[in-house]
Structures are given as structure tokens and as C-alpha cells.
Design a protein around this ligand. Structure first.
Ligand code: 5AD
Ligand code: SF4
Ligand code: FES
Length: 351
């Protein structure tokens, strides 16, 4: 009963304390889950209707200077095959996506400083001049303030940088050599520069408690990012966390729905990790409050190499295949594919 009252209050006030969120997580029953997903779906429909926004994902480099314990691209994984796409290949991927109707592209890579500020500026400028009606999102890790500003000037308008863990001890245990302060500072900077920002976290990390998850949710409520990416942690066999258990689709759905109720207008992807754990995982995420999908546009020959985790979906499916597949999945879930830029509800860019 108490949990049900908390859920109703969360739905009305879009807020709960950390203790209340922990209670809700602990006392989640199948009946309550059903109600939670229904409320999350209603909330998303209030602002975005039945639209599901698509972003063409271009994984342009698998080099990474960081050593995150959970990730297959960490520099310590000597077995990882590294590649870089050329500027021309990146633009060609976007051109294919543009032909398929996409007007939003996500450039994603490890933290690869081989892609210098000059090179990234050139890539973003080319994309923006060739596809002026498309949005360009960067998902390339931490850079300097000058870099963030220069790329914004060049036309990049969104930046994904998951906070990964709002708890400092948990963050530090997973990210050797990285700075918790710098992560938070980067997110604040990106926001102040004018980017639409994306934060988020994984569910099921070793050492992650309900208390940590409540902290993550409240961190998102405080930050108010335009985008929130939440996915299950999937252990990779060539990382220090190879023997860890990993997250489940079921747990992750609860966190997606709670995030939707805490930050009602957020754009939230049904992540590839959800689809990789469960063939219907992305559809379930859409029904629990997610409203974005990110079909892959990377060249087929590199798909397997961009392995944050193993058994990733779509490694054998080219751009047009993923486009068709995604459209069917969205329609089968009772939503509609939205091919525009898919800006945040309350976003307007000052020229
Ligand atoms: N399982 C699931 N997600 C992962 N990421 C990195 N490694 C894994 C993994 N093993 C996530 C991180 C990163 C995003 C791009 O992918 O949260 O921010
Ligand atoms: Fe590099 Fe990102 Fe993987 Fe960390 S999560 S090792 S920064 S690619
Ligand atoms: Fe890539 Fe389904 S989205 S094959």
C-alpha cells in the first residue's frame, strides 16, 4: 500500500526523496510495475504523443584512452580491434541515413584524441553544410571547455555524456584514472554552452545498490538533461568485470519508467543494450516511457568491432535493414516513427 501511494505521488508531483525511491524500488511488485509503466507511457504521450524519434548512429572510432572497467573498448583490452572511419566514410554514412529519412545523427566513439578538435570541426561543418536540416549529436567523451565551445560553434547541437554513476565512490570504483568532478563539470559546461545534453547510467553494475540508483534518478532530476540514456550493464569477457552478473531488462524498465516520471519531458532512448539482452527489449522500453531509437548506420565491416559489450544486435544488418526493422518494431508497439530532428519539447536554439 505504501509503495502504491508513493507511485501516485511521484506521478502527481514528479518528485520523491531518495528514501522514498528506495522504498519504491524495494517494494516493486508485478502489479505495481504494470501501473508504473502505464503512468510513464501516459506521461510521455502527454508531451510527445505516440512519436518515436530516430537517430542514425555512426560509431566512427573504437579507439579509447580510458579504462572503464565495464567496457569492451577500454584501453586495457588488447583483444579489441581498433578502427577509425575517415571523414569521407563518416559523411557517407550520414548521406545514407539522410536518404533513409533520418534528420538526426549521433557521432559516437571511444575517447579518441586522434580525432583532434580541427578534425571534429571539419566533420561537423561538412555534415551541417550538406544536411542543414539535420541535428548533429556528439557522443565522444570528455574534452576541454575550448573543444566543447568550438564544436558548438561548428554546429554540433547535442552532446551525450552519461554521468554513469552519481555516487562518487561507485563512479571512482568503475573508472580508474578518471575524475568524478570533471564528469560533472563537463555536463554543467555543455549545458551552459547551449547544447541539448544527455546523461544517464547503466543498471546492474557490480556494487550498485537501490540507494545508488535513487541517487542516479535524483541527479537526473536536478540536472534536467534533455536526453536520458538508461540501459542494462552487460558484462564483456575481456574486461575486469567479466564474471559480474549484469543487469536485466526487467530491472532496467523500472528505472526508465521512474526517470520518465521524474523528468517528464526527457527524450529517452530504448537502448541497443535492451534489444541485445531481449529481442523485444526495445519495444518493452518504449512501452515503459522511452521515446527514441538509435538505428545503426556504421559500415558493416566495423560493426562487430564497436563492442562495448558482446552479442550486440544489428552487427549484420546494414542501414536500410535497420531502418525497416525499426519502423516495423515501432509500429508493432503502437507508436509512430518520427523522422524529423526530434528536438526536446522546450528547446529553441539562439542563432
Ligand atoms: N554494457 C552496457 N552498456 C555499456 N556501456 C559501456 N560498456 C557497457 C556494457 N558493458 C555504456 C556506457 C556508455 C555508453 C556509450 O555505453 O554507459 O556511456
Ligand atoms: Fe572508453 Fe566510453 Fe568505453 Fe569508457 S565507456 S572505456 S570512455 S568507450
Ligand atoms: Fe538493426 Fe533491427 S534495428 S536489425
Amino acid at each position: 500500500m505504501e509503495a502504491e501511494a508513493l507511485l501516485n505521488r511521484l506521478n502527481e508531483e514528479h518528485s520523491l526523496t531518495a528514501e522514498e525511491l528506495v522504498t519504491l524500488l524495494k517494494e516493486m511488485t508485478p502489479v505495481l510495475k504494470k501501473r508504473l509503466f502505464q503512468l510513464a507511457d501516459e506521461t510521455r504521450r502527454k508531451y510527445y504523443g505516440t512519436q518515436v524519434y530516430v537517430r542514425g548512429l555512426i560509431e566512427f572510432s573504437s579507439f579509447c584512452k580510458q579504462n572503464c572497467k565495464y567496457c569492451g573498448l577500454r584501453r586495457g583490452n588488447v583483444k579489441a580491434e581498433r578502427y577509425r572511419l575517415t571523414e569521407k566514410e563518416i559523411v557517407d554514412c550520414a548521406a545514407e541515413g539522410y536518404k533513409l529519412g533520418y534528420r538526426s545523427f549521433v557521432l559516437q566513439s571511444g575517447e579518441d584524441f586522434g580525432f583532434t578538435e580541427e578534425l571534429m570541426i571539419s566533420i561537423v561543418r561538412r555534415l551541417k553544410s550538406r544536411f542543414p536540416d539535420a541535428a548533429v549529436t556528439l557522443s565522444i567523451g570528455e574534452r576541454s571547455e575550448a573543444f566543447y565551445r568550438a564544436l558548438y560553434e561548428a554546429g554540433a547541437e547535442r552532446y551525450l555524456l552519461r554521468h554513469e554513476a552519481a555516487s562518487r565512490p561507485l563512479y571512482e570504483s568503475l573508472h580508474p584514472g578518471m575524475s568524478y568532478e570533471n564528469r560533472l563539470r563537463s555536463l554543467a559546461l555543455l549545458k551552459s554552452i547551449g547544447y541539448q545534453i544527455g546523461a544517464g547510467f547503466m543498471v546492474g553494475l557490480p556494487g550498485q545498490s537501490y540507494g545508488h540508483l535513487a541517487e542516479d534518478l535524483l541527479f537526473l532530476k536536478e540536472l534536467q538533461p534533455e536526453m536520458i540514456g538508461i540501459g542494462p550493464f552487460i558484462p564483456h569477457s575481456s574486461t575486469p568485470l567479466k564474471h559480474a552478473v549484469g543487469g536485466t531488462v526487467d530491472e532496467t524498465l523500472v528505472l526508465i519508467a521512474l526517470a520518465r516520471l521524474l523528468v517528464p519531458k526527457a527524450l529517452m532512448p530504448a537502448t541497443t543494450a535492451m534489444g541485445s539482452l531481449d529481442p523485444g527489449g526495445r519495444e518493452k522500453a518504449l512501452a515503459a516511457g522511452a521515446n527514441v531509437v538509435m538505428p545503426n548506420l556504421s559500415p558493416l565491416r566495423v560493426r562487430e568491432k564497436y563492442a562495448l559489450y558482446e552479442n550486440k544486435i544489428c552487427t549484420g544488418d546494414d542501414g536500410p535493414r535497420c531502418r525497416g526493422c525499426i519502423e516495423l518494431r515501432i509500429a508493432a508497439s503502437g507508436y509512430e516513427i518520427a523522422l524529423g530532428r526530434g528536438d526536446h519539447y522546450s528547446y529553441s536554439r539562439t542563432p
